[in-house]
Design a protein around this ligand. Sequence first.
Ligand code: UDX
Ligand code: UDX
Length: 456
Amino acid sequence: MRAVIIGSGYVGSVTGAGLASRGHDVVCTDVDTQKIDSWNGDVIPISEPGLSELVLKHRGKNLAFTTDLAGALKSAEFVFVCVNTPQKESGVNKGSFDMRYFDGSARTIAQYAGDGVIVVEKSTVPLRTAEYLTRVLESNMGGKRFAVVSNPEFLAEGTAVEDFLFPDRILVGAKSEDEWARRKMAELYSWVPKERIVYSNIWSAELAKLANNLSLSSRLTAMNGLAELCEVTGADINEVSGVVGMDKRIGASFLRAGIGFGGSCFRKDVSALVYLMEHYFGPDNPYSKLYSSMLELNDYLRVRFVKSMNYHLHSFGGKTIVLLGLAFKPDTDDVRDAPAVTIAKYLLEDGAQLRIVDPKAVKHAKGVFAAAGLESRIVESRIELFEKPDDKVFDGSEGIALVTEWKEFKNIDFAGAAKRMCKPAWFFDGRNMFDHEKITSAGLNYYGVGKGVFYA
Ligand code: UDX
Ligand code: UDX
């Protein structure tokens, strides 16, 4: 089957390469010429386990990358809209999604797509987006047949290829009169066991995406909210969440407390729900208050972590701190809403010198700090970037803060690092990655979120 992808970012590229690997003919498009050049070049623009292998295997065969969307649309049976829908920072619907790219895509599809096209909402969108999309297509396609389908992505970065090829479920939301489109979607996903393909009405599908991320982020918030209580009472959040996770009704995943969630989805999707609740039920209704509080708590976790560091280091001015991690989670180069960026910003504003270590994301450091409002003078003079935690990274530093739990950090020789650091030397574990005994026995004092302080 022939599919066109609009937007070759994190979601579009995995969707395109995944469909190609299952035998479909796929054209991935993007407005960004540089990005398309790089998809056609030796080093692909996104760091995602398994993606490069799929692209190299299928590119030039049944997978193409191009900026020519109009040309690609002419023979498309499916068009997946995977453009970014960032959070809207101002205007009448502040807090909801910025739909300008999505809406632009709708118009291009209407102009160039052929008869019988299935237009797939893959990007996360506000509820009832399919209604607008349908109207734009109806008004501009001159009677050609089409269907709009909501098929939200549940791809977590770092495991996105696996999530695509072996999904928990594929959700297909369509109107009842578009049964033909549902059948074609099932054919497109023919490698997925039938019982994992779920059909729903189109509005449920749009909402299910938001509901999924609300559920994941709220269980995280529940644990993160207890972490400070653990610190003042002597409880250990890892022990607490371990017990909670053994309850079959709850399950063990997404209970790891720390410096909170980041990434391009959770904050944006919870904010969109705040917006929706206010839109339908007025300001200050209990639902939007609850969801807003989740976001406030998540922001507070980043401040609290820096405050805890400050308590032990006393001040940051002129001191060198090693930040282990920049990406919002391991196994990705993505720095969108990364806790590391906020934490680094606070430390820099208080005069610290930073050495940031990240296996994949340091290439984005300059851009992301500029976007966070840091002067380039500060970024140039007070941040050093490293891809590996070589010994020299620790020379003369006073604290190490672990903000992204890359497995590469497991093998650090902490005893060696401690010898190179100023004393007292501190390790601040923002992800509770390490057993405190391992760190204190290496000669570093240890603070873990929700665990407390242990001296060397
Ligand atoms: C996706 C979803 O689409 C978003 O709604 C979801 O919440 C998170 O995941 P993602 O793939 O992560 O977004 O975004 P990004 O990596 O920024 O990729 C979007 C791509 O679309 C970019 O490469 C951008 O250049 C491209 N684009 C944007 C177009 O091709 N056309 C446009 O009009 C706008
Ligand atoms: C999320 C959804 O999981 C995915 O289905 C899709 O809708 C896109 O959004 P993603 O944002 O890529 O995926 O990563 P995810 O694994 O969900 O992690 C989000 C954040 O939660 C990360 O910052 C991660 O560090 C944090 N997290 C996760 C924790 O703090 N503790 C945990 O136990 C799990």
